[in-house]
Design a binder for this molecule. Structure first.
Ligand code: 0WD
Length: 268
């Protein structure tokens, strides 16, 4: 009997097998969870690349639902939750592992970010958690848990993270307000702040390779984290093991976030 035996959930944000949402999904599956999954809508329905990539991964896990969702569209989110209700019934958890900023706005100075790019980045990376939580609140069983993914760039300036850092700051504030509002109905909202992992999204972040080299020099554990480690903690936060944890941001970053200056042995 696993931690998630008899539990059901919805996962937003698998793009491929490097996605953090996939690492967490693998752990949830090992513990017996039944899940539904969304993927980005394919631009050309005749060549459904996004759907294929996600389907190939999650079908072997016995996915109960595989459906497109653009979180910028209210009707998509409504449909997904309706489908999830039909396919799974009540839910026990929702994983939100989504972020996006237009590349020119992400790479440029924060002060150069266009109004449209700012709004789109905030819409996809922040508002989507609010929109998903609103629907989740209606279908989550008591004890239900919502988890989002964040990064240290929302707390401190990380050069190259730029406008996404501003989004993560807003996301981390948002999750505390949502935790406050959902606590009385016995639902939890938390964030997992992951150290750098090579994924589709992170490849767009400037100075990403610098960060990958910096962690083994700076972090208390003198190394980077693995996707599996992020997966394990994500699974924990969604599970009943974390039944008393809400409004929290748990860092899975080999301790990097506690350092204010390099250790004496750092080769920088
Ligand atoms: O080092 C890293 N990779 C870290 C990532 C460190 C700390 C945090 N994170 C965060 C990211 O900011 C994000 O919130 O983890 C979350 C997941 O990111 P990931 O796993 O690194 O990246 P990826 O595999 O690309 O998944 C993000 C997905 C999108 O993938 P693509 O690359 O196709 O944009 O977010 C989804 C999409 O599946 N997404 C959307 N989903 C619905 N509607 C939308 C949208 N409009 N836009 C992006």
């Amino acid at each position: 009997m696993g931690l998630f035996t008899g539990k059901k959930g919805l996962v937003f944000g698998i793009a491929n097998d490097h996605s953090i949402a996939w690492a967490i999904t693998e752990k949830l599956h090992q513990e017996g969870a039944e899940m539904g999954f969304t993927h980005l809508p394919d631009k050309d329905p005749a060549r459904p690349r996004m759907e294929h990539r996600v389907r190939k991964l999650v079908e072997p896990l016995g996915a109960k639902l595989i459906t497109p969702c653009d979180v910028q569209k209210e009707e998509d989110i409504d449909r997904v939750f309706q489908q999830a209700k039909e396919a799974l019934g009540g839910l026990d958890f929702v994983l939100h592992s989504i972020a996006y900023a237009p590349i020119d706005d992400l790479k440029g100075h924060v002060y150069d970010c266009s109004r449209g790019g700012f709004l789109q980045s905030m819409d996809i990376s922040v508002y989507s958690l609010l929109a998903i939580t609103r629907r989740a609140r209606a279908v989550l069983n008591p004890g239900g848990s919502i988890l989002t993914l964040t990064y240290l760039g929302g707390e401190k300036v990380i050069p190259g993270y730029n406008i996404m850092g501003v989004c993560k700051a807003a996301l981390e504030s948002l999750l505390t307000y949502l935790a406050h509002e959902l606590g009385p109905v016995n639902m939890r909202v938390n964030g997992l702040s992951a150290g750098p992992l090579k994924t589709l999204s992170s490849s767009a972040v400037g100075d990403f390779d610098v960060m990958l080299k910096l962690y083994p020099a700076m972090a208390p554990m003198r190394r980077n984290v693995t996707a599996e480690e992020v997966g394990k903690t994500g699974m924990y936060l969604l599970s009943d093991l974390a039944s008393g944890v809400t409004g929290e941001v748990v860092h899975v970053d080999a301790g990097f976030h506690v350092m204010g200056a390099p250790p004496a042995d750092a080769k920088l």
